[in-house]
Design a protein. Structure first.
Length: 280
C-alpha cells in the first residue's frame, strides 16, 4: 500500500486508488494520518470536525465516518472491513489508531531521510547529506494534505510540518552549497524567496550563492529588497548578521571565499560577527 499526504491525499495499492470523497471523512483520515501509529482521541476528532459546538449526533456520526474510511481501505486492499478494523484502523479506548508501515507512508520516509541528512550535514559528510536531503524534499508534491480541509486540531500540526519542510529545504541547499554548487541552487532559492520574502536565512543563502557565482550586484539587490519589505511590512531592519553579510559583499571580504566544502552559512555569519567584534 502507498499512503501519501505530502501534497494531495493519496491511498493506492496495486494500481488502484481509494480515498473518501466527502469532506468530513477526509478530515478524519487526514488527522489520523498526521498522527499515524498513535491514538487519536475521539474528542480531538470531534473538535477537528465541529469545533467547540458539536451536534448531539457527533459520536454516532464520527463512527459512521470511521466506517467509511475502513471501507475505503477494505476496497483498496481487497479484504473484509472487519480485517481492516483489526489490523489497520483500530478502535482503542477513547479513540482510534491508524497503523501504517514505515515504507508505505511518505511522511515517515520524509522524516527518516531528513533526520539522516541532518546528521550527515552535522558530521561534515556533505555528499551524503545532499543526496539524503534532496530525496527528502522530492517527496513533497505541494502543501501537506492540500485537498483536505484542516480544522482546529490538524491546522497547527500542518503548520509545524510546513516549517519542518522549509527547514529541510534550507539544509538541502546548505549541503549543496558546501559542495560548491552555488549556481545550481540559484533557481531554487529565487523561487523559495518569492514565496517566503521575509525569510532571512534564504536571503542570506541567495546572497552568498550569487556572490560566489560572480553576481555581486544581484547579491546586494537581494539585501535591499529584503530590507525594503521588512521596513514596510514589519517596521524592522534585517538582523545584524544580514547587515554584516551585506558589508562583506560590498568590501569583497575574503571570508566569503572560504572553501565551500568547509564553509556553512551559519559558520560564515558567525565569523563575520566575530570579525566585526575584533575590529571594535
Amino acid at each position: 500500500m502507498e499512503i501519501q499526504i505530502l501534497g494531495p491525499l493519496v491511498l493506492a495499492h496495486s494500481g488502484r486508488t481509494a480515498t473518501p470523497t466527502a469532506p468530513k471523512p477526509r478530515s478524519v483520515l487526514g488527522l489520523l494520518l498526521l498522527n499515524a501509529d498513535q491514538t487519536v482521541q475521539a474528542a480531538a476528532l470531534t473538535r477537528e470536525l465541529w469545533g467547540a459546538s458539536p451536534p448531539v449526533s457527533a459520536p454516532t456520526t464520527l463512527q459512521t465516518y470511521v466506517l467509511q474510511i475502513r471501507k475505503c481501505f477494505a476496497a483498496l486492499l481487497d479484504v473484509p472491513v472487519a480485517e481492516v478494523a483489526r489490523r489497520v484502523l483500530v478502535t482503542v479506548p477513547g479513540g482510534y489508531l491508524l497503523r501504517v508501515g514505515p515504507d508505505e507512508f511518505d511522511l515517515r520516509r520524509f522524516e527518516q531521510l531528513a533526520s539522516a541528512g541532518r546528521r550527515a550535514l552535522a558530521a561534515g559528510e556533505h555528499v551524503d547529506a545532499a543526496a539524503l536531503l534532496v530525496r527528502a524534499c522530492a517527496l513533497w508534491r505541494g502543501p501537506a494534505l492540500a485537498d483536505v480541509r484542516a480544522g482546529v486540531v490538524a491546522g497547527p500540526r500542518l503548520k509545524a510540518l510546513e516549517e519542518t519542510r522549509l527547514t529541510t529545504v534550507e539544509q538541502c541547499i546548505e549541503a549543496r552549497m558546501r559542495l560548491g554548487h552555488h549556481q545550481d541552487v540559484l533557481a531554487d532559492l529565487t523561487l523559495l524567496i518569492a514565496e517566503h520574502r521575509l525569510n532571512e536565512n534564504l536571503c542570506a543563502q541567495l546572497m552568498v550563492a550569487l556572490h560566489r557565482s560572480g553576481q555581486r550586484r544581484e547579491a546586494l539587490a537581494v539585501f535591499h529588497r529584503l530590507r525594503a519589505s521588512m521596513v514596510q511590512e514589519l517596521g524592522l531592519e534585517p538582523s545584524k548578521r544580514l547587515h554584516l553579510l551585506q558589508q562583506a559583499i560590498l568590501t569583497d571580504d575574503p571570508a566569503l571565499e572560504v572553501a565551500p566544502r568547509d564553509d556553512g552559512l551559519t559558520q560564515l555569519l558567525d565569523h563575520l560577527v566575530l570579525q566585526r567584534a575584533r575590529v571594535r
